[in-house]
Write a protein that binds this ligand. Structure first.
Ligand code: ADP
Ligand code: MG
Length: 441
């Protein structure tokens, strides 16, 4: 009984996918006076659960028992749910590399225009570490460089059992070096970095003008290259664009593969938005994600920032967030702030699409195009903008009850009416605060 209760509570707290993926090999072993013991039949999953779901589990224990109690997850080989994917099994012996984000994998990397070549090169590097060294990945802020470099690290770590790897930002490298100098431990410092098989350094541009660290890096570089080790660098600019950088180091960077990355195009960004949302817990409407991908084109970091804020907001409020609210919540991320009231914007867009005018839409006219504009508009306002029935009534000059009826009518018709659907999409694609599309062609 307690077992069912506990498992159900946990199940409610995690999303479905995570439940299937991580809790299929998980069970309650025993509940005693002072602790709860869970079993899991896969070591890798055990680590994962402890790392990622510790809080969820302890909260669930508290909820089920009515008080906090210690818990433990023990590894019980051959229990149920042992049929884990080969990739996960391989990862049992996975080495742990500090600083590597387990989410930054090739599997989580959406490939499209802008990053496709970079992905292919990075993949190749990961499959044959040491062969294409150094790899130098560069491009603007927030376009996926760190993700890709870490994907290389994560993949190598998953495949090779006995490998030594470091992932470090160049700033981290510098700080370590300063510390070593201060503590008279330069020997250890050098040992540590010159003994690895894979050396990944992020944000190398930070070392511009830092001659001493460049010198140290140059020596590390040479030692590792002599031993045919894999080096990976990320930078916000091409090697030759690095200022105040030793020429000999720049020429070293250029001697392997230099990979340029660009901000992915809008279609790829839409898929990335979905992937990020899924990674971060999900729950956002697809239309909203598309909207964000279209209107946040500064960097994928901002896209992610907007997504996690909206996910958090939805969880706090316990309801779906619509485009109108979203514009308000993440306006700082959007290309250009919209000064226009979204309902006004909608009416303007409708006027354009249905070849009429705002005053006609608000009038009593029964002309077919006007009626259509009104109906689809009300539905759009409800479904996508998540406006209240009263607000929609005001916008369209109708009573709330008329709005309710209309929305219902459209709802019923829309499934088998492709024309209505395409109109909705049209409105959606125009509904952008970004380009100032006040008039619609
Ligand atoms: P950079 O290092 O270029 O500044 P990051 O690698 O930190 O950018 O990427 C910013 C965010 O966008 C990260 O959360 C990353 O996971 C995500 N991201 C970038 N590119 C992709 C992609 N192709 N697929 C999925 N997520 C991506
Ligand atoms: Mg980065």
């Amino acid at each position: 009984m307690m077992r069912e209760k506990l498992l159900n509570i946990i199940k409610k707290k995690v999303n479905q996918k995570a439940w299937r993926k991580w809790f299929s090999a998980f069970d309650v072993l025993e509940v005693t006076e002072d602790r709860v013991v869970f079993s899991v039949s896969n070591l890798f999953i055990k680590d994962w659960l402890e790392q990622k779901y510790g809080r969820v589990i302890s909260l669930s224990v508290k909820e089920a028992l009515g008080e906090s109690r210690e818990y433990e997850i023990v590894y019980v080989p051959g229990g149920h749910g042992d049929e884990v994917k080969t990739e996960e099994l391989k990862s049992v012996k996975k080495i742990k590399v500090p600083g590597l984000n387990p989410d930054f994998t090739f599997e989580n990397f959406v490939v499209g225009k802008g990053n496709e070549m970079a992905y292919k090169f990075a993949y190749k590097v990961a499959m044959e570490p040491g062969r294409f060294s150094p790899a130098f990945i560069y491009g603007g802020v927030g376009i996926g460089k760190t993700h890709l470099a870490q994907a290389i690290g994560n993949r190598i770590a998953a495949l090779e059992k006995d490998i030594r790897m470091v992932y470090i930002t160049s700033e981290g490298f510098m700080n370590e070096m300063i510390k070593a100098l201060r503590e008279n431990k330069m020997e250890e410092f050098r040992e540590m970095y010159r003994k690895v098989d894979v050396f990944i350094m992020d944000d190398v541009q930070f070392l511009m003008g830092k001659n001493g660290v460049q010198f140290e890096l140059f020596n590390t570089f040479n030692t590792l290259m002599d031993m045919k080790k894999q080096l990976v660098f990320c930078s916000d600019r091409a090697p030759s664009q690095l200022k105040d950088f030793q020429d000999r180091l720049i020429s070293r960077f250029k001697m392997g593969i230099v990979i340029e990355m660009r901000l992915p195009d809008v279609e790829t960004r839409k898929r990335i938005a979905r992937k990020i949302a899924e990674r971060e817990g999900g729950g956002l409407e697809e239309e909203l994600l598309d909207f964000l991908a279209e209107n946040i084109d500064g960097s994928l970091r901002e896209l992610r920032g907007a997504i996690i804020k909206l996910i958090a907001y939805q969880e706090i409020e316990g309801k779906k967030v619509g485009i109108v609210e979203a514009i308000d919540l993440v306006s700082g991320f959007l290309r250009k702030k919209s000064t226009i009231d979204p309902s006004e914007r909608l009416i303007t867009i409708l006027s354009g699409i249905f070849d009429t005018s705002p005053s006609m839409i608000r009038s009593k006219s029964r002309r077919a195009n006007v009626v259509m504009a009104r109906q689809i508009g009300m539905f759009f306002a409800k479904r996508y903008l998540k406006m209240s029935v009263r607000g929609i009534g005001k916008t369209f000059g109708r009573s709330p009850s008329v709005v309710s009826q209309t929305v219902k009518k459209v709802e019923e018709k829309i499934a088998e009416n492709p024309i209505m659907k395409s109109y909705l999409n049209k409105i959606l694609s125009h509904f952008s605060p970004a380009v100032g599309r006040e008039s619609v062609e």
